[in-house]
Each structure stands twice: as structure tokens, then as C-alpha cells.
Design a binder for this molecule. Structure first.
Ligand code: ADP
Length: 751
């Protein structure tokens, strides 16, 4: 409404006289106006919509309507229309209620002369209101936009008290505007950051009028996040700072992504593999340090822009290279071209890099220098080849297992296979094994290989001719220089050895069995042999003593022969039986303490007849350390007797026998030395076996059955003793036996 415009006044009243009066008063004041009168709600609404009043005067109470209700309708319709209560009678309370409800003013009918003043005042207020409303409208619009921005907009007064808190702030910080408004801005700072709030943010803001910074802020749930903060000082009409406004944006994700990117970049940069990025044309757009080093270039700029074929030796055309890259990526050993033109062996692989939509945007190549590895591998291959040849010559099998790459090589020519006909693999090797060995031994071999332990197994393998062969599989695992661990193994055909072993085993079993049978037989024969012999000896004794009558010389002579033969036979039987009993561990020893010197003397005495007959001299040297010992005294004498008997037997007349005895290392050591016929080197071991004689003609010459020494050795064995023989053929023999001075272990009845 402008000055010249007609003022449209709507009256709500039921008293036309009052209306007339009002009109007159208004006219007097030269205010051009039109009026409309409503007495009820319908008329009022019609007036509002059609008449479009600039100002409304309403009575407080009407018969059909009421001023407060009209006020409500009016405000809802347009809250800028001044609404003045004009009433005849109104108490203060109602007036206050009306004002509170939004009435612009009130006037009593008795003061109706004030009407023009009230109108003017109302129009002035309306003007301000309108201006404000326009301002507010644009503000509302802005607020509306700002409310829903994905970042927070917060403003505070100069004290830092929050006076504005948008939806974004609610979302980001988790406080509703109701919770945040009126609080201090420190609400969104962590305690530890608060001390820097003034120096880092407020001070520069006040100095410059605005301020931007990345800060750490705190959500309602205590979570801290990185935010970009943009602040500005708000000024009033007079240019005075009246508050601070700012927006924040949660950039935690961005910061994290940047960090991640940084780390990835670092990782790529520090990788020992060369890594390059190529555009779709195959031109290098990025290279890491390792790639530069492999190529021998100084800076990245030297390489960026170059093509794949500038940096790798290749027979492919450019278009072919691109096809390969595009197709499936690439993985193979290549030669990189160094800046100085030299070559480096590399293991190269490429991959296609795609954008989120799956469209290829670049290629990545990664490659590592394998020169050293190649060299070592070549060396290894060379030595393997040598080994292979050596194995071929030696007719041994050979196998190598590269555990890292699970590569397997073997040569099984020892089994008659041509290596080229076989798929190389652990499976092939195990398929040729005997099922039992495959199940029991193969897992052990694999385990040993994995644990780098040496192994040694005898296995059965199928030869090309279909026979099972015994094979000695030996191997160990080594860490080769190149970093590959491999198990190297040899296979040796031991079939013959196994067969011999088996035969020997069987033969031993058979021999043992036969010996056992013999001993058993002899033991059983004990009674059967002795009984008739006792009769022969006993009755011939009786006859010789002539108790049964006189005998002539011839008869006497023959009977004596029968008697001697009987005795000889008895002795033989006794020895055979003793030996049989001892060998079957049936002989029990009778330990007792005795003086060995006395025993030696007794034995010498009992051989007197023999020595005298052959005119042999016996010399005895007994060391003074020989004292009482605990052993089987009878056996001791038997051993000594046998040795002296042999010495006499195999020493020519007028020979010498020397007997030495001493105690040494808790053993009594006795030797019987003669200067007789001696024993050949070859026979030294044999003569201790039963029924062995060096010269069987001796039996006839010297008598005996080859049992004496066997008996001696068994006797000594039983007492933990032993016997040694030194002899020179033709010069003499020296038998030395040892018996512990105290029984060791085996004896039963010691005391
Ligand atoms: P034999 O009853 O035949 O003497 P032995 O077992 O006592 O049986 O001796 C076996 C063989 O050892 C003798 O036949 C003899 O060939 C040889 N032998 C034993 N003692 C001597 C020795 N002192 N000098 C030479 N040969 C001996």
C-alpha cells in the first residue's frame, strides 16, 4: 500500500451505528478508505478473500461470531494484516490474551477518537512487518537450503553460544538443534583440542574476518573426526561483529583415503619389483624406483612416455603388443633393455586396470630382475645334468624334487624305464612303488623332505619287465642358492643283496635249527651212550684184574685195548655232551673261590705222563699278584688241561711249553705257549669250531676229535671270558685266556 492508495478497512461488528461513527472519525483524518462490514464468520471470510482488507477492526464479542476466532483466521490467512480489537467493554485480561494471540492493538469504543492514530500506527507496523517478511522469506529460503546441506552450518554469538544449528549439523554431530542451541561451541571440540581453540581458530578469525582450517571435532557419541572448517564473522547493520558462522564438512573418509593412497604409493615405490603403468597406447605413465634401477635410468622423466618396446626386447609389433596387453595380460620371462643397451632377464607380468565401470583405463606391468636366479638355475641345471649322467653311468636312479615349485624329475633307467616316456611327478614315482611301501614309506619320505631331514629306505619298485626290485632310496633336502628348496635322492638296486641276505637268513635259521636238533639228540643220547660203555669199561676192568680167573698175556693185552678204547670213547662222549649242553645253554657253572696256582699245579701234574713220554719241558711263571679268584674251578682246570694237552700233542719231542699266569684288569690271564708246529693264519679262527682239525690226518697221528678248543671257548664264554691265539706256522703257538676274577652277571650259585 502506498500513500495514495485507498485503505481497505474490514469491520467485524454487529452495530452499524458504531461503524458509522468510526467511518466519520477516519474520514476526518483525511485517510482515503473503503470499508467492509462482517457480522459473522462467513461474511468475514468473504471479506478476507474478496475485499482483501489492509486492516481489520473487530469487536470482541458478537452474537454470531467472536473476535478471537476472527483473529486466528486472519493470522492464518495473512499474518501481516493489522488486526485491532475494537470493543465496548474489555477487561485487561482479555486484552492481554488478544495481544498474545497476535492482535496488533486494541481500542475501547469510548476512545474511538484515537482510531486514526491507531490506524497509522498499525500501517507503520505493517510496513515494517512486510519488509521483514520479505527479508525473512529469502532468509527462509536460504535456511531451507542450508538446513539440508550435507554439511553443518553453525553460528554463534560473539561469546560462542550456538544460535544456529542446521540439519547437517544434527547429522554430523548427532545433537538435535534443541540440544545444541544455547550451548557453547566447545560442545563440538574434544577436551584436548579446547586449549588451542582460541589461538588456532578464534584469534585468526577475529583478525582476518574469516578462517579456514582442518580440525578435529567431536560427535555426541564421543567419536572424533577430521573436518574442514570454514568460519566467518557476522556483522550487524552498523558493521559491528555480532557473531560467528561456519560450516564444517566431515572429511575423515577423504583424509583416510588420502592416507591410504599415500601408503599404497609408498609401498609401490619401495617395492623391489619394478612397477610401471602404461596408458592404453602402451606408453609409460608411471614408474617406480625399482623399475628405474632395473633399467638403469636416473629419473622417472627419462622413462615416462617411452613405449614398452623401448624398454623390453621383443619381436612383437606395437599393435601385437597392445593386443597381448588387452587380451589376457601377460606373464613370461623377458629381456629388459637397459639404458646402456645391456640386457637384464626379468620375469614380467601385466594386468589390465579398469575403472569402476569396468572400462580398461591402463595396464600395469610388474617385473623383477632374475639374472642371478637364472645364473644359479643354469648352474644347477648343469650340475643336475652332470649328476644325471653320473647316475646313468653308475646305473643308479636319481630324482630331484623342487619343493617350492613342486617340480619333479627322476631317472629310473635302473628299473629299465626310459625317462622320456613318463610324466615327471611324485605320483609317477609312487605309482611304481609296491602298494605296501607306497602306503607306509612314501608318506615318511615326503615328511622327511618337508622337514629337510635325510632319509634312507628300502623299497620295492616295479621294473619295466614287471618284476619287483628292491631299491635303496636315499635322500636329503637342501636349500639351493637360488632360494629353491629341493630334495635330491638316489635309487640303488639292492635286489641281489636282499636275495643273498634272505638266503643267508634262511640258511642261518636252518643251521641253527640243525644245531639245536643235534644238541637235543646228543643230550638225549647221554644215557643211551654211557650205559653200554660203562658195561664195556666196568667188565673189562673186572676181567683185567683177573677176579674172574687167570688170563694169558695175549688175553690181557686185548682186554687192555678194549678197556683203553672204552675210556677214549667215554671221554669223547663226555666232551661231545658237554659241548652240546653248553651250546644249548644248559650247562650250569659252579662258582667258588679257589687258588688258581693250585689248580695250575694240579693240571700240570695230570699231564706229567704225556710230557714225560715226549720229553717235553714245562716251565711255569706265575706272577705274584695271582691270588684267590672266584670262578668255576673245574672249568678252569678243564680249559688249562685242554690247552696243555694240545700243546703237548702238537709239539715235537724235547719241545718246551711255557705257562704264564697273572692278574690284569680284574682278570686272571693264563697263557700256554709251545714251540710246536704252529697254526696257519687261515686256520686260527676255524680251530675253535667243533670237530675241526687243521689236518685230519692228525686225528690218526695225534688223536682227538676237534672238540677241545670248541669246549674251551664255550667254557670261557659262559664265564664272560675269552681266548686269543698268537701263532707262527712251524714256530709255535700261544693260547691266552682270560677269566674275570669275580663272576660277571651270568653265574647263579656264587657263594
Ligand atoms: P683236537 O681234539 O683235534 O685237538 P682241538 O679243538 O683241541 O681238537 O684242536 C683243534 C685243532 O687245532 C687241532 O686238531 C690242531 O690242528 C689245532 N691245534 C690245537 N692246538 C694246537 C697247538 N698248540 N699247536 C698246533 N695246532 C693246534
Amino acid at each position: 500500500m502506498t500513500e495514495n492508495q485507498v485503505l481497505k478497512i474490514l469491520f467485524i461488528d454487529d452495530m452499524p451505528e458504531d461503524l458509522e461513527l468510526a467511518k466519520r472519525i477516519i474520514s476526518r483524518c483525511k485517510i482515503p478508505f473503503e470499508s467492509y462490514m462482517a457480522q459473522n464468520e462467513d461474511e468475514f471470510l468473504k471479506g478476507l478473500y474478496e475485499f482483501k482488507p489492509d486492516i481489520i477492526f473487530s469487536d470482541h464479542l458478537l452474537p454470531e461470531f467472536d473476535g478471537m476466532r476472527a483473529l486466528k483466521i486472519s493470522l492464518t490467512y495473512n499474518n501481516t494484516i493489522p488486526f485491532i480489537i475494537l470493543t465496548g467493554a474489555m477487561n485487561e485480561e482479555i486484552a492481554v490474551d488478544a495481544m498474545k494471540a497476535g492482535a496488533t492493538d486494541y481500542i475501547l469504543k469510548e476512545h474511538i477518537s484515537r482510531l486514526p492514530f491507531v490506524i497509522k500506527e498499525a500501517i507503520r507496523k505493517k510496513k515494517i512487518l512486510l519488509e521483514n517478511k520479505q527479508g525473512r522469506k529469502s532468509l527462509e529460503l536460504t535456511s531451507e537450503i542450508l538446513e539440508h546441506y550435507p554439511f553443518s552450518i553453525i553460528s554463534t554469538d560473539m561469546e560462542g553460544i550456538i544460535i544456529n544449528w542446521n540439519k547437517g549439523a544434527e547429522k554430523i554431530f548427532g545433537y538435535t538443534s534443541r540440544e545444541a542451541l544455547g550451548q557453547h561451541i566447545s560442545l563440538i571440540y574434544s577436551d584436548s583440542d579446547l586449549e588451542n581453540l582460541n589461538s588456532d581458530i578464534i584469534k585468526p578469525l577475529l583478525e582476518k574476518g574469516d578462517h579456514q582450517e582442518q580440525v578435529r571435532l567431536k560427535r555426541k557419541n564421543g567419536e572424533l573426526f577430521i573436518s574442514s572448517l570454514s568460519l566467518r564473522i557476522i556483522k550487524d547493520k552498523n558493521g559491528q561483529a555480532c557473531g560467528m558462522a561456519g560450516y564444517t564438512l566431515d572429511i575423515t573418509k577423504t583424509v583416510k583415503a588420502e592416507e591410504e593412497l599415500f601408503i599404497r604409493n609408498q609401498a609401490i615405490e619401495s617395492s623391489v619389483d619394478g612397477i610401471v603403468l602404461l596408458d592404453l597406447e602402451g606408453r609409460i605413465t608411471y614408474t617406480n624406483k625399482a623399475a628405474l634401477e632395473i633399467w638403469g635410468y636416473g629419473t622417472k622423466d627419462d622413462v615416462i612416455g617411452k613405449c614398452a618396446e623401448d624398454l623390453f626386447y621383443t619381436d612383437y609389433e606395437r599393435t601385437e603388443i597392445l593386443e597381448i596387453l588387452k587380451d589376457q595380460g601377460f606373464k613370461s620371462e623377458r629381456k629388459a633393455r637397459r639404458k646402456d643397451g645391456s640386457m637384464v632377464s626379468v620375469w614380467l607380468s601385466t594386468t589390465i586396470i579398469k575403472d569402476i565401470a569396468g572400462k580398461p583405463i591402463a595396464y600395469m606391468g610388474s617385473f623383477m630382475d632374475i639374472t642371478e636366479r637364472k645364473k644359479a638355475e643354469e648352474e644347477l641345471e648343469e650340475s643336475e645334468e652332470r649328476l644325471r649322467l653320473a647316475m646313468k653311468v653308475s646305473e643308479h636312479g636319481f630324482w630331484a624334487w623342487d619343493l617350492q615349485n613342486d617340480k619333479f624329475y627322476f631317472n629310473l633307467s635302473l628299473l629299465g624305464y626310459n625317462e622320456k616316456k613318463f610324466p615327471m611327478g611324485l605320483d609317477t614315482l609312487s605309482s611304481l612303488m609296491h602298494p605296501q611301501d607306497r602306503n607306509n614309506i612314501m608318506p615318511e619320505i615326503i615328511r622327511s623332505a618337508k622337514e629337510s631331514k635325510p632319509f634312507n629306505y628300502e623299497i620295492r619298485m616295479l621294473s619295466s619287465s614287471g618284476e619287483w626290485k628292491w631299491v635303496l632310496a636315499k635322500g636329503n633336502t637342501f636349500d639351493a642358492k637360488v632360494g629353491t628348496r629341493r630334495t635330491i635322492g638316489t635309487l640303488v638296486d639292492i635286489t641281489d643283496r636282499k636275495i643273498t641276505e634272505e638266503q643267508m637268513f634262511l640258511a642261518r635259521l636252518a643251521a641253527e635249527e640243525a644245531n639245536r636238533c643235534k644238541n637235543e639228540l646228543l643230550a638225549n643220547m647221554n644215557h643211551e651212550l654211557r650205559t653200554p660203555l660203562n658195561s664195556v669199561i666196568g667188565y673189562s676192568d673186572v676181567l683185567i684184574e683177573q677176579n674172574m680167573g687167570e688170563l694169558n698175556d695175549e688175553q690181557k693185552k686185548y682186554l687192555q685195548i678194549v678197556n683203553d678204547a672204552g675210556h677214549t670213547l667215554l671221554e669223547l662222549i663226555n666232551r661231545v655232551l658237554d659241548l652240546a649242553i653248553m651250546e644249548s645253554n644248559g650247562m650250569e657253572l659252579r662258582f667258588s673261590a679257589f687258588d688258581p696256582v693250585k689248580s695250575i699245579e694240579e693240571v700240570i701234574k695230570s699231564t706229567k705222563m704225556m710230557t714225560l713220554k715226549k720229553n717235553i719241558m714245562i716251565s711255569v711263571n706265575i706272577h705274584q699278584n695271582v691270588v684267590e679268584i672266584t670262578a668255576d674251578a673245574d672249568k678252569f682246570k678243564e680249559i688249562l688241561y685242554n690247552l696243555i694237552e694240545n700243546a703237548v700233542k702238537f709239539t715235537p719231542s724235547r719241545g718246551t711249553i711255557t705257562i704264564d699266569a697273572e692278574i690284569k684288569d680284574e682278570h686272571i690271564v693264563v697263557s700256554v705257549e709251545d714251540n710246536g708246529i704252529g697254526i696257519a693264519e687261515n686256520d686260527k679262527e676255524k680251530i675253535f669250531n667243533s670237530f675241526v682239525q687243521v689236518d685230519s690226518s692228525n686225528t690218526r697221528r695225534f688223536g682227538g676229535a676237534g672238540l677241545g678248543l670248541a669246549l674251551v671257548r664255550e667254557c670261557l664264554k659262559l664265564q664272560s671270558g675269552n681266548i686269543q691265539l698268537e701263532s707262527d706256522l712251524g714256530k709255535g703257538s700261544k693260547f691266552t685266556f682270560r677269566i674275570p676274577v669275580y663272576p660277571k652277571g651270568r653265574g647263579t650259585d656264587i657263594y
